[in-house]
Design a binder for this molecule. Structure first.
Ligand SMILES: Cc1ncc(COP(=O)(O)O)c(C=O)c1O
Length: 364
């Protein structure tokens, strides 16, 4: 029996998404090539852009980080300069990527429970030293929602290319790629679109994508070359994640059936609210204040009670069929519960009942 995943991903998927993988396609099969085209087209529409508006969707094999590394290592010349706005582990990971690829960068670091400050960011951009800026949309480390629209205004004002890691938000938090001035938005197959793991994807402003030609310092993660491959014969340069693309096509259909991004947002928000109220009743305290919190994933402090042991708490819930997630904070002891994936308020209610039971059993 499948366990329900209350995590930041990979997530619980529907049976129909899993069933969509029961077929073998050749990577050069016309049907498969058509499927890739269709998926790329639909992805653009989820970001409220299109080919006609000058945007391109590129699919990159691998997990979400492959997509992030592809953009960072393909879009920023060694003569460029990247401003990385950080308030969590995924922002820190971008700095690590830039460092490995020897891309000049500056990290502007904020606390994990703090929304990055626009004025401080603007002060740096004013220097005219930067060519690119990157920020994480929902910092899954805590679940904080970063104001990508306001940072987009700054990127436009100071003429820097704008990269958004929207891994855990895209598909559930509406985004206007064009009006946010985003050059590259990155997400992956196994987050809010509710597909299975296998690839990341990048929505890119075509003009900026073209300017990436020849900049990449790896073969496989070369974003421009990947796009060129997909455009010229509709195929991937290297073995495609065929089954996860089949699953993704079904997941996109289920997203549309649910009312698109807005419809999915309603369900996730309902999950979030039910969890929030239930956990408060059980005496758990949220790490983030309400106005900073997105409805994607919620971080809770460990209860201040010596009877609480996260490992046991986790295992007991796991045995009952519910998978929660450890914390990722540098300073506070916390755990996380995701509100995303093929889960509904009834599932959240069942999780809350299980938490209540385990809490009583453990005596905290
Ligand atoms: C905001 C963000 N960026 C990047 C990643 C990395 O994705 P992956 O673990 O698929 O490589 C994640 C994963 O949860 C994420 O939430």
């Amino acid at each position: 029996m499948d366990k329900l995943l209350f995590t930041p991903g990979p997530l619980t998927t529907s049976l129909t998404v899993k069933e969509a993988m029961l077929y073998d396609y050749g990577s050069r099969d016309d049907l498969f090539i058509h499927l890739i085209k269709d998926i790329r087209y639909t992805l653009l529409s989820l970001g409220n852009v299109s080919k006609e508006k000058g945007y391109e969707a590129v699919i990159m094999q691998g997990s979400g980080t492959f997509g992030v590394e592809s953009v960072i290592s393909s879009a920023i010349p060694k003569t460029g300069n990247l401003l990385i706005v950080i308030n969590g582990a995924y922002g820190e990971r971008i700095a690590k990527i830039a460092s490995i690829h020897k891309i000049p960068f500056t990290s502007l670091v904020f606390a994990e429970d703090e929304i990055p400050d626009l004025e401080k960011t603007e002060q740096l951009l004013m220097s005219g030293n930067f060519t690119h800026m990157v920020i994480v949309h929902c910092e899954t480390t805590t679940g904080i929602l970063n104001p990508i629209e306001s940072f987009g205004v700054l990127s436009k004002k100071y003429g820097v290319h704008y990269i958004v890691d929207s891994m855990s938000a895209f598909g559930a938090i509406p985004v206007e790629v064009d009006s946010c001035n985003i050059d590259f938005l990155i997400s992956s197959s196994n987050k809010c679109i509710e597909g299975v793991p296998g690839f990341s994807f990048i929505l890119a402003k075509k003009e900026t994508l073209i300017s990436c030609k020849g900049l990449a310092d790896t073969l496989v993660l070369d974003l421009f070359a990947q796009w060129q491959g997909l455009e010229t014969d509709g195929q991937f340069r290297f073995t495609p994640p065929i089954h996860s693309l089949l699953a993704f096509k079904q997941a996109l259909k289920e997203l549309a059936d649910e009312g698109g991004v807005e419809g999915r947002a309603i369900r996730y928000h309902a999950n979030f609210t039910m969890l929030k109220e239930g956990m408060a009743k059980l005496g758990f305290t949220e790490y983030l204040s309400e106005e900073k919190q997105a409805y994607i994933i919620t971080t809770y402090y460990y209860p201040e009670n010596i009877a609480f042991d996260f490992k046991i708490f986790y295992q007991e819930l796991n045995q009952r069929g519910y998978v929660i997630y450890p914390g990722k904070l540098s300073k506070a002891s916390c755990f996380r519960i995701g509100n995303i994936g093929r889960i509904f308020t009834d599932d959240v209610l069942n999780l809350l009942n299980a938490i209540k039971e385990v809490k009583t059993e453990m005596g905290f």
